[in-house]
Ligand binder design. Structure first.
Ligand code: HAX
Length: 439
């Protein structure tokens, strides 16, 4: 499949000189200002990262290389007329910047199938971790253990010229993405199915094979996982998993190190863990109310109780978005089309009716609308993937597509070590008030 690599190089290499030219000729151009509020609020909104794969608009949602999710569900190649696009096509789009032909997508599927061999020591590492430890602990450790395979690391040690770093990183990225479904499914079967593992089927597409190895061979589950892998793939460069992968990669750490670090960020409750936290919180609410079909008034009271206790309502709010997440809407449309009367999905829909005005009335939550995690667990649960502690691993498999496509680009552009400045709190106080006394 060298032609995909060549196509990427042809398209992206035009930007290498632009990157360097901007740096040297326009290095002094001011593009924004940084406020103390931004620094003390987690650097929100500071234009500080270069990411080509996708861009998030607060009032519109995610666009991958300029295409919205509904557009991509129309335009990206799919296996069946009624099916969902293959995530391989989104990867191609993010990497190369063009909507692929069906053959390009099928070729990526084949390429990844040939790269999907996971070395035995990676399974040994997983098996050495207590079975009841969190799936994301096992997932991150397995990715790290696979760094023994890094082609970039060997090329670096052999003294390869830095302008070719992107080439061995491309190989690492393609190998890593290809192997993630096998690792994820291995962890799933290990924890929830007594270690009865299912061998991969190289004839299947990437997401279809993941469903198969987890033990789901129906058309419906494969369709859902293809959708899932597309909508979680990328969310521009500043979110924790993407930024961490980029940051660690900027030290020339190999793709395995960088992505494992990104996954430990995804594992946090304010990020990807939210998809399991939603189900935990819904179960907790139903237990508390002693019903799985609470009224709107009961839901409202429970949300208020959650806020009073100083906890977050998982699945709601966002650091950038100021609308209902289009990834939520896409899943809701999917459920409306294919699912009839599921109690958990009905509950998720009821919370969407009840929660936003309550969250808005706090006056401090900037986005009272649901994010992607508010819906995903209920859909997976409906299709039989009920083990919600596993959901963040599925998110992680998908997220590899965007953040690792970006890592190849980082290498091609020759992006430097990331190293912002930090100051003591007293310095900020001095900037604001002219004195650092009291700090
Ligand atoms: N429930 C309760 N309080 C919330 C809240 C929620 N859903 N969302 C925001 N807040 C609170 C914040 O904790 C913060 O409180 P303090 O001032 O007391 O610290 C205040 O409202 C202002 O926060 P914000 O500016 O609106 O939001 P942030 O950019 O700081 O945080 C989060 C964005 C997504 C982390 C936040 O909305 C949140 O905690 N949501 C719940 C967890 C969640 O769903 N995370 C997944 C987000 C999507 C994602 O990355 N998926 O992987």
């Amino acid at each position: 499949m060298e032609y995909i690599k060549n196509r990427f190089f042809q398209k992206a290499s035009r930007c290498i000189s632009e990157y360097q030219r901007l740096k040297t000729e326009h290095g002094d151009k001011v593009i924004g200002q940084v406020t103390i509020g931004q620094v003390l609020s987690g650097m929100k909104g500071i234009p500080a990262l270069v990411t080509d794969t996708s861009k998030l608009d607060p009032n519109e949602g995610i666009r991958f290389r300029g295409h919205s999710l509904p557009e991509l569900r129309e335009k990206l190649p799919r296996l069946e007329e009624e099916g969902e696009p293959l995530p391989e096509g989104l990867f191609y789009l993010m990497l190369i910047g063009e909507i692929p032909e069906k053959d390009d997508v099928l070729n990526i599927s084949k390429d990844w199938a040939t790269r999907a061999y996971v070395p035995q020591h990676v399974f040994d590492v997983i098996d050495a971790i207590p079975r009841n430890s969190r799936p994301m602990t096992q997932f991150s450790a397995a990715i790290l253990a696979m760094a023994t395979e890094s082609i970039f690391q060997k090329a670096y040690r052999a003294g390869v010229n830095k302008k070719y770093y992107w080439d061995s990183t491309y190989e690492d990225v393609m190998n890593l993405i290809a192997r993630l479904p096998r690792i994820a499914a291995y962890i799933y079967r290990r924890i929830y199915h007594n270690g009865h593992h299912i061998e991969p089927n190289p004839q299947l597409d990437w997401a279809g094979n993941l469903a198969h190895m987890m033990g789901f061979d129906s058309v419906e589950v494969k369709r859902l996982l293809r959708l899932y892998m597309v909508i979680h793939a990328d969310h521009e460069g500043g979110n924790v998993s993407a930024h961490t992968t980029h940051l660690v990669g900027s030290a020339l750490s190999n793709a395995y190190y960088a992505f494992a670090a990104g996954m430990t960020g995804l594992a946090g409750p304010l990020h990807g863990y939210a998809n399991q936290d939603v189900i935990y919180w819904l179960n907790e609410m139903c237990d508390h109310l002693n019903t799985d079909e609470p009224t709107d008034a009961q839901i409202a009271a429970y949300i208020e109780k959650t806020l009073r206790e100083g906890r977050v309502v998982p699945g709601y709010g966002h650091a950038v978005l100021r609308i209902t997440d289009p990834r939520f809407t896409v899943q809701q449309e999917f459920a409306d089309k294919y699912v009839k009367n599921d109690k958990l999905i009905n509950l998720v829909n009821a919370i969407y009716r009840v929660a936003p005005p309550i969250l808005e009335s706090t006056g401090k939550i900037k986005n009272p609308w649901p994010n992607v995690d508010a819906y995903s667990g209920a859909l997976l649960n409906h299709y039989g993937i009920t083990e919600y502690t596993f959901y963040t691993v599925l998110f992680g498999v998908s997220r590899s597509l965007g953040v690792l496509a970006s890592l190849i680009q980082d290498r091609l552009y020759g992006m430097p070590l990331e190293r912002p400045s930090s100051f003591p709190l007293s310095w900020f106080k001095k900037q604001a008030e002219g004195t650092s006394e009291g700090c």
